[in-house]
Ligand binder design. Structure first.
Ligand SMILES: C[S@@+](CC[C@H](N)C(=O)[O-])C[C@H]1O[C@@H](n2cnc3c(N)ncnc32)[C@H](O)[C@@H]1O
Length: 273
């Protein structure tokens, strides 16, 4: 597997892992992450707040909505707690299918497969831009029962989808086979709260071959046409049901005071009627 990993160039999953305090990154990723943090010192706060949003959204879905099946697209490098750890702490029989296209995530995927005996987890290596390759994957079909509700989680990935990729259409195709009572949880990159700083970070990504498509509030809304937004609707990730805990990814955000201009991500949970 190592041979497929291009350690000479920075990669989005590894830059994120570096900035949130993980251990699976290479010098090129650290150089990129440091350059981005110089452009926008709030970047670590923003990224940890995104991860904390994901954790609160999954806990909400498991505890309040009774969801027992998750399909996570754009999983990233394993960072505890991962979705199965949160969902299975609520219900040990929870099932999670993880999807990513980064070879390093595949190489480390064993950490995503260590769930409870009563539950089940699986990993699918696939490109989100080909939703059929996800939905038709044998691992998904063997793990999830698509006649029962599933939460589709698409966290911090659609900013890597260009207009020609049609991210709204991709998410719609992933939701299509899921039954009524399923959920969509997303975080969606935006430059609306710190346009200059976030614009400069986006240029750093683009300079390393990772162009970024940041979205306005109105563009974020397009993902949720026909769905029922869970309160408080489309808000910056730190404003989505904050509970004061933070999960301690990286240096922890438990007591951190987060300013709106430090956050470049909308967070949303919505139900399929
Ligand atoms: C910023 S990380 C987010 C990780 C995790 N969802 C979180 O929010 O903590 C984005 C992830 O999306 C993955 N990714 C980017 N483009 C992708 C694509 N076209 N198909 C599948 N995964 C992709 C990257 O490899 C990376 O692991």
């Amino acid at each position: 597997m190592e041979r497929d990993i291009d350690t000479g160039s920075a990669h989005s999953a590894r830059i994120y892992d570096y900035i949130i305090g993980g251990k699976d990154h290479y010098p090129a990723d650290r150089e990129a992450g440091d350059a981005m943090c110089r452009e926008w010192p709030a970047l670590p706060v923003h990224m940890r707040a995104n991860r904390d949003f994901m954790n609160r959204a999954v806990r909400h879905l498991a505890e309040e909505a009774g969801i027992r099946q998750f399909l996570d697209v754009g999983t990233g490098i394993p960072t505890s707690p991962n979705i199965h750890e949160i969902a299975q702490s609520v219900s040990p029989d929870a099932r999670v299918v993880y999807v990513d296209n980064d070879p390093l995530v595949l190489a480390l995927s064993q950490d995503l497969l260590n769930g409870t005996p009563a539950g089940r987890t699986a990993y699918v290596e696939a490109d989100m831009r080909d939703p059929a390759s996800i939905l038709d994957a044998a691992e998904l079909r063997a793990t999830l029962d698509l006649t029962r509700p599933v939460a589709l989680t698409v966290i911090a990935i659609v900013h890597f989808m260009m207009d020609e990729d049609d991210a709204v259409g991709i998410v719609r195709r992933l939701l299509d086979p899921l039954p009524s009572g399923s959920f969509l949880a997303m975080s969606i990159g935006t430059a609306e709260f710190a346009p200059d700083e976030v614009g400069r970070v986006a240029r750093e990504y683009a300079a390393r071959g990772m162009p970024m498509r940041l979205r306005t509030f109105a563009e974020a809304e397009e993902f949720f046409t026909g769905l029922e937004l869970v309160e408080p609707g489309i808000v910056q990730v730190h404003k989505w049901r904050p509970d004061g805990t933070g999960t301690g990814t990286g240096t922890g955000t438990g007591t951190e005071v987060i300013r709106d201009e430090d956050i470049a991500m909308y967070g949303v949970v919505a139900r399929k009627p």
